[in-house]
Design a protein around this ligand. Structure first.
Ligand code: SAH
Length: 354
């Protein structure tokens, strides 16, 4: 079976042409996928029945199985998705006022070595394909009630998106295309540990997504401890690449800083961060650590968080604390999968509609 969602796969267009189908059939199928929320070819009711059957025999729309689906009071929904090779990833739908934001994964596991993060504890197993990245978006889209649309995408799930640019860009292209999910590039954010060659590539590709760089430390000594991959890169090169992206895209940069009690949350750390970021057109997102079972890291006290914020704010930095939506369902990266690996019995039936 051919995977219908692999964007690099022009098979559908060719397949329709071979059968002498008019060009508008291709557009109709895309419309059903991205706007019509079809769950299968049988839903594509303006296609002739014989064509629907032939499509179903040739193409596979879903390659995954939803093995867990958690929902919280605030409306956050999280899916644990299993691919045909048995590998699992997570993706999340967050409701925030009128916003309908999804958080998607790009790899099974992660190789970046952030010591506090659940996603990378077992290293990286494989990259997701473009179709698998896109499939997450469509699964989450189908959780929304009729009349609501996805408004934002954050690539902040499992994995390092810029270690899988070849799959990420075609998937985001479909997300932002007017005949795809039609989510404007300015509402799509790629979060990266900071891989300079890939950041330069994004700048050259002129794709205009928002870039969020995960700093977690303002000097290389500390960052080498917290983010292992930093040893081979260093903050200088990362900031140079981020500045280049800002110049090329015109998009205000975001820097992320996970606050870990006793490690990077002191007044000195805050002052060093001010020195590092001062003068940049940037936002700083401070994220109090969301504890991961089995890891020794802790969330700072409210006093420590406020003291940190006060220093960066009075240093002229535009700072926000990221709300910890979805904590109750382990919405921080890799936590649901890790939970599932250890405790959750896996469902044997696909969740309804997937
Ligand atoms: N690899 C990308 C995406 C990671 S997830 C990156 O490094 O940016 C998005 C953000 O969540 C990153 O800043 C990551 O460091 C942070 N994060 C990971 N685990 C966390 C946890 N347990 N609590 C709070 N933030 C966490």
């Amino acid at each position: 079976m051919t995977n219908l969602l692999e964007p690099a796969n022009d098979h559908l267009r060719a397949w329709l042409a071979e059968r002498g189908m008019p060009g508008f059939r291709f557009a109709q199928i895309r419309h059903w996928l991205f706007a019509g929320r079809a769950r299968g070819f049988e839903d594509m009711t303006n296609l002739p029945k014989a064509l629907r059957e032939a499509l179903a025999a040739e193409f596979q729309l879903w390659t995954s199985r939803v093995v867990a689906h958690k929902v919280t009071d605030d409306g956050t929904e999280k899916l644990l998705v299993q691919w045909s090779d048995g590998q699992q990833i997570e993706c999340v739908l967050l409701l925030d006022g009128g916003r309908r934001t999804i958080c998607i994964s790009t790899q099974v596991g992660c190789a970046m070595g952030c010591v506090f993060c659940a996603s990378g504890l077992e290293g990286v197993t494989r990259n997701l394909t473009a179709g698998e990245i896109l499939e997450q978006m469509l699964l989450l889209d189908r959780l929304l009630p009729e009349g609501e649309r996805l408004s934002h995408i954050v690539v902040m799930g499992m994995g390092e998106p810029l270690a899988n640019v070849d799959a990420l860009l075609p998937a985001l292209h479909e997300a932002s295309s007017p005949t795809g999910l039609a989510i404007s590039a300015r509402r799509i954010t790629i979060s990266t540990v900071g891989l300079p060659p890939a950041i330069h590539r994004l700048a050259e590709a002129n794709c205009r997504y928002n870039l969020a760089v995960s700093l977690h430390a303002a000097d290389d000594d500390l960052r080498n401890q917290l983010v292992k991959v930093n040893k081979n890169i260093g903050l200088d090169e990362i900031l140079r690449a981020a500045d280049h992206y800002f110049e090329a895209s015109g998009r205000r940069l975001t820097f992320e800083y996970v606050l870990l009690a006793g490690l990077n949350d002191g007044p000195d750390h805050a002052r060093r961060l001010v020195t590092l970021l001062r003068g940049r057109t940037a936002l700083l997102n401070v994220i109090p650590y969301n504890p991961v079972t089995g890891l020794p890291y802790r969330t700072p006290s409210a006093t420590a968080v406020n003291r940190f914020l006060e220093i960066v704010r009075s240093g002229g930095i535009n700072v926000f604390v990221r709300e910890r939506k979805g904590d109750k369902i382990d919405a921080a990266c890799g936590q649901l999968r890790r939970g599932a690996l250890e405790v959750l019995p896996l469902a044997t039936e696909p969740a309804a509609g997937c």
